[in-house]
Design a protein around this ligand. Structure first.
Ligand SMILES: Cc1cc2nc3c(=O)[nH]c(=O)nc-3n(C[C@H](O)[C@H](O)[C@H](O)COP(=O)(O)OP(=O)(O)OC[C@H]3O[C@@H](n4cnc5c(N)ncnc54)[C@H](O)[C@@H]3O)c2cc1C
Length: 330
């Protein structure tokens, strides 16, 4: 590990002042479950690490006057899961439960999950985030890589486990910086980005900005669910995942968002699947059609064709889970 300066600010303004205007010079430390590994392997080599866990305003869970639910970015997954407010958002509760490790849930934070670096074993062993040109990709073992939006150099998948659920639920994210008193709200759907070159990262956060809060609109009777296709019940990343949230009247879908995780460099909004569900009754035929539509544009790399089927299953079951129709045998 490279030597670095350690800072433990006590306020949001202090965090912003400690962050450098260039990626890589400073890194934010929350629970550290992802960052410490990257520091140890020298995938990131900052001059300064800024620990945000001493800032009280980032550790609050509160219901706002309009019924929204505001979550501090440094709230641990355990504290979030224990909050009664989460009961209104099953897609989020199920995604947290999927991280099946007491240690990770006790230590990991919601902000750390959203800003979690890319899932790519080449990147995590020190290679650049953006892969060589397609011709140079050769016969690489890419069984866990992207099946959507994978034509360019970004072939990894987004590492965020909660991102798809938060997008489906219509969350807004509060970003602070670069000036200490500067903040903005962005929809979670616009937070993730596919970097075009090495001077960009996997979210829209600039190097001198940080995520301070996540705001969920009132559930207002919306149903939601998350389903992960996994290789085991242990603390490992899903093979494919999907979250959805919808409103219905008389069993007919009036509004729906379906978002896939672990399949693309950013959480993948399955527009064709959403179209297939709109105005339709929630039954086996419609759900099957939506799942087919979700994977219509998938494109396998060398070794990840199975992921297309896993993604289809995840979409199908996330809708059934949300509708409380998942019997396990469909
Ligand atoms: C053995 C092991 C297994 C794991 N398995 C899983 C798994 O199955 N599923 C899963 O999703 N994750 C897994 N993880 C990753 C990790 O535990 C979670 O993603 C966790 O939620 C990250 O939160 P953290 O607070 O520990 O983040 P940190 O490690 O502190 O930070 C993660 C990244 O986010 C940045 N960051 C953190 N907070 C902010 C903020 N507020 N604003 C801007 N940037 C910020 C950091 O700079 C860093 O780049 C695993 C990790 C380990 C070590």
């Amino acid at each position: 590990m490279k030597r670095f300066e350690y800072a433990a600010p006590r306020s949001e303004a202090e965090i912003a002042q400690l962050l450098a205007p260039e990626y890589g010079k400073t890194e934010i430390l929350a629970g550290g479950t992802d960052l410490v590994e990257l520091l140890k392997k020298m995938v990131v080599t900052p001059d300064r690490v800024v620990n945000i866990m001493e800032v009280d305003s980032l550790k609050t869970l509160e219901s706002l006057p309009d019924g929204s639910f505001r979550i501090g970015a440094a709230v641990t997954l355990d504290d979030l899961a224990a909050s009664p407010y989460v009961d209104d958002y099953p897609a989020l509760a199920q995604a947290i439960a999927g991280i099946a490790s007491m240690q990770l849930q006790a230590q990991g934070t919601i902000g750390g999950d959203l800003c979690h670096r890319a899932q790519c074993w080449f990147f995590r062993r020190g290679e650049p985030l953006l892969a060589p040109h397609r011709d140079a990709w050769g016969e690489r073992d890419d069984r866990y890589h992207a099946i959507f939006d994978n034509e360019g150099p970004a072939k990894y998948v987004s590492g965020s486990r909660l991102g798809p659920a938060l997008i489906a639920l219509g969350a807004q994210l509060r970003i602070v910086g670069p000036k200490p008193d500067e903040s903005s709200l962005v929809p979670a759907s616009q937070f993730f980005r596919k970097p075009k070159h090495d001077r960009q990262r996997e979210t829209i956060l600039q190097s001198d900005q940080f995520l301070s809060h996540i705001i969920l609109p009132p559930a207002d009777g919306r149903l939601s669910g998350t389903y992960e296709v996994r290789s085991s019940a242990g603390p490992d990343y899903p093979l494919a995942a999907a979250s959805c949230a919808f409103r219905h009247s008389g069993g007919v879908v009036r509004e729906i968002t379906i978002v896939l995780g672990q399949v693309a460099p950013v959480p993948y909004v399955a527009l064709d699947a959403m179209d297939a569900m709109l105005g339709m009754p929630i039954d086996a035929t419609t759900v099957e059609r939506a799942a087919e539509a979700a994977i219509a544009n998938a494109r396998a790399l060398n070794q990840n064709a199975s992921k297309i089927q896993w993604a289809k299953v995840a979409v199908k079951r996330s809708i059934l889970v949300a509708a409380r129709l998942d019997t396990g045998g469909f």
